[in-house]
Design a binder for this molecule. Structure first.
Ligand code: FES
Length: 63
């Protein structure tokens, strides 16, 4: 699902940034450009950061 329409960044891409160690909006912006234009997606990105920070490694890596 697209989170950042302006930059065409998906939730998967943002989660990837978080898994790589991004822990702030700025780091997400630097890593994939999400949230650097109109900023409409910033709230959702922050929410993802909070959710991922609380959750232990999720199921997506089980293969
Ligand atoms: S929707 Fe992300 S910067 Fe516009």
């Amino acid at each position: 699902m697209l989170v950042c329409i302006c930059k065409g960044v998906s939730d998967r891409r943002i989660n990837e940034e978080i898994r790589r160690g991004a822990c702030s909006l700025r780091q997400i912006q630097d890593g994939c450009q999400a949230g650097t234009d109109c900023k409409a997606c910033v709230r959702q990105i922050r929410q993802m950061l909070t959710t991922q920070a609380r959750a232990p490694r999720a199921s997506s890596e089980a293969s």
